[in-house]
Design a protein around this ligand. Structure first.
Ligand code: CDP
Length: 210
């Protein structure tokens, strides 16, 4: 079973994807990390994030195994990721690794922006996770605060709005719900309630064998 989870920044898609993967015993790929790692490789090499050739070579040079997910989750890398993610050639370079992951025997859970629309239009289950910009900014400010980053709610809300715009207005693989995705609004849901809602939806779509 392939489960595709998409949605805007800090909507709760990563947390949900992780919970679902553990529950169904499936491997999970946080595809945002691929874009974050591409951006980090460029910043580490003092490259401009607009340099297409350098971005493609950074994307091609990624080795999933070396990912230090924690180092990639900071504020700066989220913003930088959304800049390189708008480069069509970078997306192209990262397609195969995502598709191969999705088509592992038994399936997988992938979360990102274009999983249900571009990477796995054939996914068995597609969930588009949303939440109000205020709720997302609150969650992200809390998360970054816990990482020790000094941030204000106002700054993070501005980041979130800018990122929503960049991600949904880009020409290639913009953030949008697939026509056959189910929308899950987590604005007023706890992590647990969101998980239960997604689980019952999945079990309705894919009843477990008796
Ligand atoms: O956790 P958060 O939602 O803030 O970010 P993320 O999922 O790690 O993604 C960081 C950035 O990478 C996003 O703002 C997108 O621009 C880009 N991205 C993408 O374009 N396609 C994906 N499948 C995943 C991430």
């Amino acid at each position: 079973m392939i489960i595709a989870i998409d949605g805007p920044a800090a909507s709760g898609k990563g947390t949900l994807a992780k919970r679902l993967a553990a529950y169904y015993g499936l491997p999970h790929l946080d595809t945002g990390l691929l874009y974050r790692a591409t951006a980090k490789a460029m910043l580490d090499a003092d490259q401009s994030l607009q340099n297409i050739e350098a971005a493609v070579s950074a994307a091609r040079g990624l080795a999933l195994i070396d990912f230090d997910a924690d180092a990639l989750r900071g504020r700066e890398m989220g913003e930088a990721a959304s800049i390189v993610a708008a480069i069509p050639q970078v997306r192209e370079a990262l397609n195969a690794v995502q598709r191969n992951f999705a088509h592992r025997p038994g399936g997988a859970v992938l979360d990102g922006r274009d999983i249900g629309t571009v990477i796995c239009p054939e996914a068995d289950v597609k969930i588009f996770v949303i939440a109000s910009a205020d709720a997302r900014a609150q969650r992200r400010a809390l998360e970054l605060g816990q990482r020790g980053e000094k941030v204000t709610f106002t700054d993070i809300l501005a980041d979130i709005k800018q990122r929503d715009m960049r991600d949904s207005q880009r020409m290639t693989a913009p953030l949008k719900a697939a026509a056959d995705a189910v929308v899950l609004d987590t604005t007023n849901l706890s992590v647990d309630t969101a998980f239960q809602a997604a689980r019952s939806m999945i079990d309705r779509l894919r009843p477990e064998p008796a």
